[in-house]
Design a protein around this ligand. Structure first.
Ligand SMILES: Cc1cc2nc3c(=O)[nH]c(=O)nc-3n(C[C@H](O)[C@H](O)[C@H](O)COP(=O)(O)OP(=O)(O)OC[C@H]3O[C@@H](n4cnc5c(N)ncnc54)[C@H](O)[C@@H]3O)c2cc1C
Length: 457
């Protein structure tokens, strides 16, 4: 039987599910593909909407890493290549009883250049001296697999609390004391290969001057990556059913039933907690492992404020991070219309304010309370009583999977134990960034295609 008469279901129409569907339909002998998305729209966390007179301001991610190939390649393949833009203002700060520039020469917050750290006012002299002793410390045991534990052991708690935790924590909405070191590949690779990060950092080649942008985003916002991918998915003949929650996944001999319909294979591109519910009836242990991948809630408050009041000294910044000891509810603020030239207008500044993280719950608060907290915190941080002309509150429940220590082993065990014909993809497993989600989806699609090819012969 050729694979064209085979059917594959994809659960979840976020970027992972859409990328999986596109990959499944690519090439000869592609199976039929049906994407089931519970929400009324595709895209999951990728969501862009009009705000304060601007047609497209992101409610979730506003960019993807250009250094990893999968986001850029997908964007180009769905016709967004000409639309990709990069941030204008690159300089971010850390708020520690005032705004401080982030020192030069950091690798995800870890110093690689002790002289640059010495110039920073963010770290005290005892903190700098402690960090400078890093080359003299013996090799750190990586087995506890705690990012926070590793950084503190090497550089001391100031570098951890004021630099690494806010920088990495803001990417993952994490508390890095409870986050896997191995999951942050840039740091984990250095830690595995070198005893001292500072010594290794000295030997690292400077990034090439023509390295290109660090981040890209479609000028119509990240939502465009989802909607254009969805359009490409339907163009290649797959079906997308929105407002269709997959409530049941059943084994049916060697096949699968998804909401009662028959399929040969299923890609679970839903968050781990949702996938756990689906597999529990026939794979309770795998379900327990999936359910043990927690996810943090966050809220994103978007404000427009009159630019006439906006302090001059903030105009060169893309935003700032707030380290844990200084946090009330706000963890980071992006000065969106300074970060993105195409969001700028003469009369207003657009701010995107992140509230909450792992260990700092926020979604028990009403929209009014979240808005008040955001205005209050940011006003205090920047020394200006914000008077927003437009406001928007986006609630993201379970949005950021938390990679606890030994996450990679847990995911490997889940993948090994999944019954044949099931594959997993998306942010819960091999990286939460958009490119990593796309990569995991393409790998899941390839595994399914291999399985179907095997069935065909
Ligand atoms: C506020 C915020 C800012 C971010 N910033 C960045 C950034 O700047 N850069 C970056 O690279 N990443 C960023 N991320 C992370 C990134 O956006 C996500 O990790 C990624 O988009 C997740 O994609 P996904 O397809 O795995 O999951 P999702 O987008 O969560 O998609 C899963 C989909 O499955 C659906 N679903 C769940 N259960 C079922 C079911 N039973 N039946 C049918 N459908 C179901 C859901 O409705 C959802 O649409 C950010 C995330 C957030 C929330």
């Amino acid at each position: 039987m050729s694979t064209t008469s085979r059917r594959v279901a994809v659960v979840g129409g976020g970027i992972a599910g859409l990328a999986a569907a596109l990959a499944l339909r690519t090439g000869d002998d592609a199976p039929e593909v049906v994407v089931f998305e519970g929400d009324q729209r595709v895209g999951g966390k990728l969501h862009t909407s009009p705000f304060a007179g601007h047609p497209a301001i992101d409610e979730g991610p506003d960019a993807f890493l250009a250094r990893l190939p999968w986001g850029t390649a997908l964007a180009r393949s769905v016709g967004l290549g000409e639309q990709l833009v990069s941030p204008a203002a690159g300089k971010a700060a850390v708020w520690w009883n005032g705004l401080h520039d982030i020192p030069q020469g950091l690798l995800l917050g870890m110093p690689t250049d002790v002289m640059a750290l010495a110039k920073s006012k963010l770290i005290s002299w005892p903190g700098k001296i402690r960090a400078a002793t890093e080359p003299f410390r013996r090799r750190t045991d990586l087995q506890p697999d705690s990012l926070g534990g590793y950084v503190r052991t090497r550089f001391g708690s100031e570098v951890h609390v004021r630099l690494v935790d806010p920088l990495v924590g803001s990417i993952y909405a994490a508390d890095t004391d409870h986050f896997s070191l191995a999951a942050v590949a840039q740091i984990a690779d250095l830690a595995a290969k070198h005893r001292s990060i500072l010594v290794a950092g000295r030997k690292m080649p400077a990034p090439p001057t023509n390295a290109g942008p660090v981040f890209y985003a479609p000028s119509d916002g990240m939502g465009a990556l989802a909607t254009r991918t969805a359009a490409a998915v339907t163009e290649v003949g797959a079906e997308i059913h929105t407002s269709t929650v997959v409530a049941t996944l059943e084994r049916d001999g060697g096949r699968w039933r998804v909401n009662g319909g028959a399929f040969d294979a299923v890609v679970l591109a839903s968050p781990a907690a949702a996938s756990a519910t689906l597999v529990r009836p026939f794979a309770p242990e795998t379900a327990a492992s999936l359910a043990a991948i927690p996810a943090a809630d966050v809220a994103m408050v978007t404000l427009a404020v009159p630019s006439a009041d906006w302090p001059e000294h903030l105009r060169a910044l893309s935003g700032y991070l707030v380290p844990k000891p200084m946090q009330r509810l706000v963890t980071a603020t992006s000065f969106g219309s300074q970060k993105w030239a195409h969001w700028a207008s003469p009369d207003q500044v657009v701010l995107r304010i992140s509230l909450g993280r792992d260990g700092l719950p926020v979604l028990h608060l009403s929209d009014e309370q979240l808005l008040a907290a955001a205005v209050d915190d940011v006003s205090r941080h920047i020394g200006l009583a914000l008077q927003p002309t437009h406001t928007r509150v986006t609630r993201w429940a379970g949005a950021f999977p938390q990679y606890r220590p030994h996450h990679a082993e847990r995911v490997a065990a889940i993948q090994a134990d999944l019954p044949p014909g099931l594959a997993i993809a998306g942010a819960s497993y091999h990286g939460i960034g958009v490119p990593a989600c796309i990569n995991s989806a393409q790998k899941a699609a390839a595994a399914v295609r291999t399985l179907l090819d095997g069935l065909a012969h």
